[in-house]
Design a protein around this ligand. Structure first.
Ligand SMILES: [Fe+2]
Length: 202
């Protein structure tokens, strides 16, 4: 027999709740308005090579500013609670809470290089607009840096055996993962912007 140990879970679900399409529309409008009006965020995006706009470094109170974001956060709380149970986290009766949340407008041709989300427990993204050809998100085997002489795996091997796994989200879907899991967003081959909202819980 073989034990399969040290699971790496990617949680994927529809956002759910009432009037999802209207909420996604409101969130798309919020993202586009921020991308126009947030000068500090536009500057940060340009200076840091982000192809498009992110509020990551400029705004930390979007749920307070915007009722659609507040509603989104309420729905995300439920998904994160389910995921925390799935991961068997011993939270001593407490809950993971949203520590940061930011919007992303990725232009055609842009990408986001590999990174982790330090200092948080669970991270994720909810997809607001995903045009045809838009980038997937790609996760990297967290043991990769330890594999000195490990052979490559066959292209047809199951996802749990692969070193890199891409997940192509649809609009209205939520992805969650543990914050230490390295991921990147390859070049956006869509003809229009890919809109998403990312967040950290701890
Ligand atoms: Fe990320």
């Amino acid at each position: 027999m073989t034990l399969s140990l040290f699971a790496t879970d990617i949680y994927r679900a529809k956002l759910g709740g009432p009037a999802v399409a209207a909420l996604l529309g409101d969130l798309a409008a919020t993202i586009r308005q921020l991308a126009r009006d947030d000068g500090a965020g536009r500057r940060w995006s340009a200076e840091n090579g982000y192809g498009g706009y992110t509020s990551y470094a400029s705004l930390d109170d979007l749920a307070w500013r915007d009722s659609a974001v507040a509603e989104l956060q309420t729905r995300l709380d439920k998904h994160v609670a389910v995921f925390a149970r799935q991961l068997a986290f011993d939270l001593k009766g407490r809950k993971l809470t949203c520590d940061s949340l930011w919007v992303n407008l990725l232009k055609p041709g842009a990408q986001h290089t590999a990174h982790i989300h330090p200092g948080s427990a669970v991270s994720g993204t909810v997809y607001i607009e995903v045009p045809p050809g838009a980038s997937a998100i790609r996760y990297e085997d967290p043991r990769l840096g330890l594999m000195m002489a490990a052979p490559q795996v066959k292209p047809g091997a199951p996802p749990a055996r692969q070193r890199f796994v891409s997940v192509a989200p649809k609009a209205g879907e939520v992805l969650l993962w543990e914050s230490w899991l390295r991921h990147d967003v390859p070049r956006n081959a869509a003809k229009s912007e890919r809109l998403s909202i990312s967040f950290n819980y701890r």
